[in-house]
Design a protein around this ligand. Sequence first.
Ligand SMILES: Nc1ncnc2c1ncn2[C@@H]1O[C@H](COP(=O)(O)OP(=O)(O)OP(=O)(O)O)[C@@H](O)[C@H]1O
Ligand SMILES: [Mg+2]
Length: 251
Amino acid sequence: MLEFKNISFKYDEDPDFIIKSLSFRVDKGEFISIVGPSGCGKSTVFRLICKLERPFEGDIFLEGRNINVLGKGYIGYMPQNDLLIPWRTILQNSSLPLEIKGGDMKRVRNEAEEMLQSFGLEKYKDKYPRDLSGGMRQRVAFTRTLLTGSELLLLDEPFSALDAITRLSMQEWLLDKWSKLNKTVLFITHDVEEALFLSTRIFVTDGSPIRKFKEIKVDLNYPRTRDMLDNPDILRIKAQLIEELKRGIRL
Ligand SMILES: Nc1ncnc2c1ncn2[C@@H]1O[C@H](COP(=O)(O)OP(=O)(O)OP(=O)(O)O)[C@@H](O)[C@H]1O
Ligand SMILES: [Mg+2]
C-alpha cells in the first residue's frame, strides 16, 4: 500500500536532517500507529506522504506508484490541528474534499450527506463547528478525511484534545469504521495504550534523525476489547514502549 524507500529530509531552516535513509512498508488494510517523542518528525512523515514537503532523497510509493506522478486528492489526511473551517456548516466542511476534486455540486452534497448519515451526524449538518463538542468535531473531521475517497488515511493525533472517556469511545468508533470500510490507517499518537488497542503494528521512532522504525506486531484479534490489553505479552510490550519513549525525551 505504502512504501518509503531511503527517504531523507531536512527543513531548509534547520541544519540537521530529521529523517535519514528511512525505509518502511505498510500493507493494505493495516492499522499502524507511529509513536515517538515530541518533535522527532512524525508529522513530517505525513507531510512527506502528502507532498506538502519534498524529500531530499528517496522515493515514496503508494500502491506501487511513485507519489510524484499522482494528482491531487490521492490521500486522506487529518492534520494534527484539525481544522474545520468555522464559517462553513458541518455539511459544507465534510464535502470540501469532493468540491476540491470538482464535479457536480448536487452529487457532492448527496455523497457528503450520506456519509454524515451513516455516522449518525446528519442532524448536525446545518450547524457550525462551534456548535459541536470536541468528539463530534473529530468525527466530522474524520468524515471529511474519508470523503477524499483515499484508501490510505493519515490521522495525526486525532484524539489528543479529547477528555479521557470521549477518547476511549472514539477509539472504539474508529476501529469499527476501519474494520467496516477496509481502509489502511496510519495513526500518530503519544498514548501507548491507545496504540496497543488500535493497531496491527506499532512503529516506534529510534531517535533523531529517524533512521528506522522499530516495528512491533500487536498479536490480538479484532474486534478488540479493553481486557485484551491485560494479556501478559501486551503488558510487557507496553512497559517496554513506555521505557523507550521516556529514553527518547530530550529535556
Ligand atoms: N514547517 C516547518 N519548518 C521548519 N521546521 C519545522 C517545520 N515543521 C516542523 N519543523 C521542525 O521539525 C521537527 C519535527 O517536527 P514534527 O512536527 O514532524 O514533529 P512531531 O514528531 O510530529 O512532534 P509532536 O509529537 O510534538 O507533534 C521539529 O523540530 C520542528 O520544530
Ligand atoms: Mg506532530
